[in-house]
Design a protein around this ligand. Structure first.
Ligand SMILES: COc1ccc([C@H]2OC(=S)NC2=O)c(OC)c1
Ligand SMILES: [Zn+2]
Length: 289
């Protein structure tokens, strides 16, 4: 396999050829069977505490778009929940699919959402860097938030409005004064289990915290269908009366799909999907608060 990706020739089914841990005992994502989750009274409320000044840049690394944070001090941290100690915010990024029917990495009773936000933290109490923590069984804590097709999400525009400036792999832009809490749902109820990074090297160092309540995202497909239905009702050519500039706002998810997985000197290829399918649970327990 040349370089891993999400296409037929280098996608998740091939990753084990280079990263044998892909067949490990605590791989992510998983399909959460809600009936089999176990209530755990010892689980505490989640306590995200982020300083918007920690946000630094937004970038396209070829397999997702991420916002990177200054993690040289404990300015933006996650405590509580299943965690013992303080986990420092490192970055956030997204996973999505080529259509609205799939795109999330975790599934709930077999159901996939259109996309999934990952908020990545590392255990700064026990380890001295993200890279060191990523090699430890309790090194990372990733909060996952499902994105469900619906109304456009004004908070998400802060990110999707910037994607046209980082279309090419490797591009980055200043991105500060951003508190990722604005992308969290009202309820911070969660499921938690021990898993891994969902992208090579698939390190088995993640305490997963999957929020049960999704946030909304709009997409061209669903918006177009809604508008067409509306146009049928109105019997007017309603759609073409919207100035193109405004039409832009109804394509949040489509903007992720127009990012390129290729660099300047390569033949342009869109990053249409970047989700790994659910992996075997292998006897692991999923707890809920
Ligand atoms: C900050 O560095 C990171 C963050 C996340 C990942 C992947 O793992 C999960 S979870 N989502 C991913 O995209 C990663 O993989 C090498 C490195
Ligand atoms: Zn991720």
């Amino acid at each position: 396999m040349l370089h891993w990706g999400y296409d037929e020739h280098n996608g998740p089914a091939h990753w084990k050829e280079v990263f044998p841990v892909a067949n490990g005992d605590r791989q992510s994502p998983i399909d959460i069977k809600t009936e089999e989750t176990k209530y755990d009274p010892s689980l505490r409320p989640l306590n995200p505490n982020y300083d918007p000044a920690s946000a630094k840049i937004i970038l396209n690394n070829g397999h997702s778009t991420s916002v990177e944070f200054d993690d040289t001090v404990n300015k933006s941290v996650l405590t509580g929940g299943p965690l013992s100690g303080t986990y420092r915010l490192r970055q956030i990024h997204f996973h999505w699919g080529s259509n609205d029917e799939a795109g999330s990495e975790h599934a709930v009773d077999g159901m996939k959402y259109a996309a999934e936000l990952h908020v990545v933290h590392w255990n700064s109490e026990k380890y001295s860097s993200f890279v060191e923590a990523a090699r430890q069984s309790d090194g990372l804590a990733v909060m996952a938030v499902f994105l469900q097709i619906g109304e456009c999400n004004p908070q998400l525009n802060k990110i999707t409005d910037r994607l046209d400036t980082i279309r090419i792999k490797g591009k980055r832009a200043l991105f500060t004064n951003f508190d990722p809490s604005c992308l969290l749902p009202k309820s911070l109820d969660y499921w938690t289990y021990f898993g891994s990074l969902t992208v090579p090297p698939l390190l088995e160092s993640v305490i997963w915290i999957v929020l049960r309540e999704p946030i909304s995202v709009c997409s061209e497909q669903s918006a177009f269908v809604r508008l067409t239905a509306m146009r049928m009702d109105l019997g007017l050519t309603f759609w073409f009366k919207i100035p193109a500039s405004q039409r832009q706002d109804i394509v949040q998810l489509a903007k992720f799909r127009s990012l390129l997985s290729t660099a300047e000197d390569e033949v342009a290829c869109c990053l249409l999907r970047n989700y790994r399918p659910p992996q075997p649970l292998k006897g692991r327990e999923v707890r809920r608060n």
